[in-house]
Design a protein around this ligand. Structure first.
Ligand code: 3HC
Length: 301
């Protein structure tokens, strides 16, 4: 496998239509980014129409917010709304040249999603996964053409966080890598090419921080003491606020993946799984401001 230097930009394939699999929060956030920055048709899909509609509502709501803040013109708003489309019919992906997924973080689910999508897309379409920490090589295990699969990992909130990790799996070919780098630049993100290793670069470090924070709670330090102690450290968010931002289930999954890969270096947290089922750590007011700790969450710990 070649070293992960800058790929030849001339090999990048044009992206004239984007397909997005999954209409959850992460997928909806980057659907907006793709339509806004590439100005091409963007089709989002999910298991059922209700999920698709929820994603579309979020995107249209964000377009309305951009309009009300004066960040886009009424013409631009109309154009973006016309370019974004939702469906449960994957046949609409047949002329997409970039298809990216953000479905549930489970290897088998992602493998099946790509095996199915490969039946619909053209031979030249590039496939991308937004996995947080799974192996891109394994995600592509059921693909006939794994050389066209690349990791393309966004951070939450997508509109604000400047980084995309472009994961160079062993099979990824240079044209795919080049398309990913050129696409990231068009999205106005800073892209780094990473190895296909658990957590890539950022989540490997983040898993350490979040895992240590949960371990401190697991072993008897209260959420409140931890949160108050870490708040003045100049972090934009404490580890627990960050866990809520990325989603407690996603956070638990990231920690589990790291524990499985490096059991001597990463903790697994029973409490985090309990919290993930419960859904939250903090109480918040109607505007999302933290008002205290959720009593049931504290009881779980
Ligand atoms: N969507 C769109 N825009 C958002 C947003 C969202 N969800 N959340 C905040 N913003 C925007 C606001 O609109 C505002 O923009 P403006 O100044 O142009 O109006 C700007 O961000 C700042 O927001 P606020 O003033 O409301 O709040 P803060 O200054 O506290 O910033 C934050 C909020 C940017 C989320 C900041 O707390 C932060 O950077 N937190 C850390 C986030 C982080 O580390 N993310 C990585 C998580 S790891 C991950 O995603 C990987 C995964 O695989 C696990």
């Amino acid at each position: 496998k070649r070293p992960a230097g800058a790929p030849d930009k001339a090999l990048a394939k044009p992206v004239t239509k984007v397909g997005i699999i999954g209409a959850g929060l992460m997928a909806s956030q980057f659907a907006l980014l793709f339509v806004r920055r590439l100005q091409v048709p963007v089709v989002i899909t999910d298991l059922d129409q209700a999920r698709v509609d929820k994603g579309l509502d979020y995107i249209r709501g964000e377009i309305a917010t951009l309009l009300s803040k004066g960040r886009i013109s009424p013409d631009e708003s109309n154009r973006l709304n016309a370019l974004i489309h939702g469906t449960t019919d994957k046949a609409e992906f047949n002329d997409a040249d970039w298809v990216i997924e953000a479905v549930f973080e489970e290897l088998g689910v992602k493998q099946d999603v790509f095996a199915e999508i490969e039946k619909h897309v053209s031979e030249t379409a590039v496939l991308a996964t937004n996995t947080s920490s799974l192996s891109v090589e394994q995600i592509g295990a059921k693909l006939a053409h794994p050389e066209r699969l690349v990791g393309f990992h966004f951070f939450n909130p997508v509109a604000v966080m400047p980084l995309v990790e472009v994961v160079n799996a062993p099979a990824t070919d240079e044209a795919t890598l080049s398309t990913a780098m050129v696409t990231a630049a068009k999205l106005k993100k800073n892209a780094v090419i990473t190895r296909d290793t658990p957590g890539f670069v950022v989540n490997r470090i983040l898993a350490k921080v979040l895992g240590e924070a949960m371990h401190a709670v697991d072993t008897g330090t209260s959420f409140e003491v931890m949160n108050r102690a870490l708040d003045p450290f100049g972090l934009p968010m404490t580890p627990f606020e960050l866990l809520e931002l990325v989603g407690l289930k996603v956070g638990a999954h990231v920690l589990d993946t790291h524990h499985a890969a490096f059991p001597d270096r990463f903790f697994e947290s029973e409490n985090l799984h309990g919290l993930a089922e419960h859904g939250k750590i903090f109480d918040r007011d109607g505007k999302g401001k933290i008002t205290g700790f959720d009593k049931k969450a504290v009881a779980i710990v």
